[in-house]
Design a protein around this ligand. Structure first.
Ligand code: ZN
Length: 223
């Protein structure tokens, strides 16, 4: 029997490594990547009133209104082959978005849905994010193993490593707080619907990827 196209929703704390897992799945299963954050950024670069308003919102460090991702998803899905699977990364960030996304997928008759939670404790996420740096020159990411006062250089180009503003302690704490108050409701929602696959994120990326594929097979989502 022909499998219906797979629709994956990635959840996990910031620092869980879900972005890496998302990329590996997109590659392995030839899925269309729908990164809400990237799409919203691209949208904000356009020349129209809504885009300018969106740019203002993002510059102020505020969240996009809950109906905005819906608009972005619709546009992306409208141009995606109906037989191709998709992967949502960076959303839903709140219960209302999850419910709207369900309606969107239902409307497109995309009912083979699996929600993947890359699970790591808050303290582990905090530790990882505090070590995160970015190279000023080549923009590649890096992790430092020692304290923040150390300033090692980029492994690829020798450039200066700096801390992204989103990785300052207050910004990290506020993102992790958001997860604990809002995203946990989304996790519970999908758990209750029997769509949730939970994998520990405290392993090597390749190992997590293998576990994920095995879990997707076991659930009947892929052949
Ligand atoms: Zn570099």
């Amino acid at each position: 029997m022909e499998k219906k196209p797979l629709n994956i929703i990635m959840l996990g704390r910031s620092g869980s490594g879900k972005g890496t897992q998302a990329q590996m799945l997109v590659q392995d299963l030839s899925l269309e990547y729908i990164g809400t954050g990237d799409l919203l950024r691209k949208f904000s670069e356009r020349d129209n009133a809504a885009a300018r308003r969106m740019k203002e919102t993002m510059t102020q460090g505020k969240l996009a209104p809950s109906w905005m991702p819906f608009f972005i998803w619709m546009e992306k899905l409208a141009y995606t082959d109906i037989n191709k699977g998709v992967l949502f990364d960076g959303s839903p960030r709140m219960l209302q978005e999850a419910k709207t996304l369900d309606e969107v997928l239902e409307w497109f008759e995309r009912d083979n849905i699996k929600v993947i939670l890359i699970d790591i404790p808050r303290e582990v996420a905090y530790e990882r994010l505090m070590k995160r740096r970015v190279c000023d020159a080549c923009k590649k990411g890096a992790y430092v193993e020692k304290g923040r006062e150390m300033a090692p250089h980029c492994l690829y180009c020798g450039g200066e490593l700096t801390i992204r503003s989103e990785d300052y302690p207050e910004a990290i704490a506020s993102r992790l707080d958001w997860y604990d108050t809002e995203v946990v409701k989304v996790v519970e929602y999908y758990h209750n619907k029997g769509k949730l696959i939970t994998i520990s994120g405290e392993k090597a990326p390749e190992e997590i990827h293998e576990e994920l594929l095995a879990a997707l097979k076991e659930s009947g989502a892929i052949a």
